[in-house]
Design a protein around this ligand. Structure first.
Ligand code: SAH
Ligand code: SF4
Ligand code: F3S
Length: 429
């Protein structure tokens, strides 16, 4: 048992949880390998936010089956298997899987592995929530270069009507503020140049009398580093945060604020608790406080009952906000959620709407990239091959430039010289 291979689906939360699983396996003396064929332990950390994610995972399990060593231990965990009916059908469909866990007991993966090695008995163990006293935050083996992920909270209380996340991640639990601050201090001291705080709805972070804005203030530092966070909810994000962005030494000038739809009627059906006008007011406040802020969002098309007029409202919102980056999804039915029981749209309409949205956003991203030619920005170098540096600007735009001396982790002033679609090229000054 000396090599492990972890494959991760889903969001940053899962990426970071895989780092924690890697931490447990490394503490047992194991090392990572990239190819499942070389691994003694294979972990598949899954997602179920859309049906496409689940379909991909089943396809992938088939490929693992034919590639893996005969006696390799195969573990499936994460959001998809947290739904116990899915976990049960997975072991029926894929009898070559040895251990199935959910989201609440992943930190005990080492104990499950020992039990399997000693008894050879396959395990399916899905908890309904964290058991008292068993919540262990295991130290991660970080794999994300200059960036370090730091959880500030787990779970979600919002129950947007399309979303499976609250069912597979449980209710909101915030980490103690002192633990977060000492994690971040330690990471900066050990050389990380970017910290990304993670939570399904970071704006509702609360610890005793401290709120999210207080946490951000306490993370201000004289040491040079970039502070990011995700994800924010438009109903909870405070205008006070806009002022903090303007004053902060550390906060990156970028904000991901998922709107989902531009139609008030659809937003109500989605249980989002804000209107398009309220959303515009918040965007305006952030733009007024931080004129160079980079904005991104998630938008879904084809939510049940969405009409052509509702969709036009979404296109109009996209035209008005002009996001630097937009993640666009076709609504996917998730059993057990309220939206699954609403009247559904046909596939063709959904496909046609996403095509129109992608086309519109492509033009906007291209225009924004074109406008940045001639401007100067601060790039944090994340990768370097030969003399070619790649990194992100303050507003999250991806920039490449040629430079012999710059190294990974440097902050470099770069003048943008050209733009191809949304990709910027520049030169160090
Ligand atoms: N907590 C975060 C992330 C949620 S999942 C948030 O609230 O923003 C990330 C994105 O996936 C969501 O913003 C939404 O746009 C999309 N999504 C969630 N459920 C979906 C579904 N059933 N079908 C399609 N997209 C979905
Ligand atoms: Fe899902 Fe809504 Fe919670 Fe985000 S806020 S995880 S979309 S229920
Ligand atoms: Fe993330 Fe997918 Fe779970 S988006 S929270 S890994 S369902």
């Amino acid at each position: 048992m000396d090599k492990y291979c972890i494959q991760t689906y889903g969001c940053q939360m899962n990426v970071h949880e895989s780092e924690k699983i890697a931490g447990v396996l490394q503490a047992r003396g194991m090392t990572a390998c990239a190819d499942v064929a070389d691994a003694d332990v294979i972990v598949l950390n899954t997602c179920c936010v859309r049906e496409t994610a689940e379909t991909k995972i089943y396809g992938h399990l088939g490929r693992i089956k034919s590639a893996k060593k005969r006696d390799a231990v195969l573990i499936v965990c994460g959001c998809m298997t947290q739904r116990s009916e899915v976990a049960q059908s997975l072991v029926k469909r894929c009898p070559f899987v040895d251990i199935v866990l959910g989201t609440f007991n992943q930190s005990l993966i080492g104990d499950y592995l020992d039990r399997f090695i000693h008894t050879g008995v396959k395990t399916v163990d899905i908890w309904r929530s964290e058991k008292d006293g068993e919540l262990r935050d295991t130290p991660p083996a970080r794999t994300s270069g200059i960036n370090a992920w730091v959880n500030i909270m787990y779970g979600c209380n919002n129950f947007c009507t399309y979303c499976i996340v609250p069912y597979v991640r449980g209710r909101e639990r915030c980490r103690p503020i002192d633990d977060i601050i000492s994690d971040v201090d330690g990471l900066i001291s050990s050389g990380y140049k970017q910290i990304t705080l993670l939570g399904q709805n970071v704006n509702s972070y609360k610890w005793q009398d401290k709120k999210f804005v207080d946490l951000l203030k306490m993370l201000e530092s004289d040491k040079k580093y970039r502070l990011k966070f995700m994800t924010s909810h438009p109903k909870d994000i405070s205008i006070e945060l806009a002022d903090l962005f303007a004053r902060s030494n550390n906060l990156a000038h970028s904000l991901h604020l998922p709107v989902q739809s531009g139609s008030d009627r659809i937003l109500r059906e989605m249980n989002r608790h804000y209107t398009r006008d309220e959303y515009f007011r918040k965007i305006d406040a952030f733009r007024a406080a931080v004129p160079d802020i980079g904005l991104s969002s998630d938008i879904m098309v084809g939510f049940p009952t969405e009409t052509e007029d509702d969709f036009m409202q979404t296109l109009d919102l996209v035209d008005r906000v002009k996001y630097n980056n937009l993640f666009m999804f076709i609504y996917s039915r998730r059993s057990g959620t309220p939206a699954d029981k609403m009247p559904q749209l046909d596939y063709k309409t959904k496909q046609e709407r996403i095509d129109r949205l992608i086309k519109r956003q492509f033009e906007i991203s291209k225009a924004i990239a074109g406008d940045s030619v001639g401007k100067t920005c601060e790039v944090l170098v994340a990768e370097k091959t030969g003399s070619k540096c790649y990194g992100k600007a303050q507003n999250d735009a991806a920039v490449t430039f040629d430079n012999e001396t710059a190294t990974v982790g440097d902050f470099v002033q770069v003048k943008i010289t050209s733009a191809v679609n949304a990709n910027l090229k520049g030169e160090a000054i």
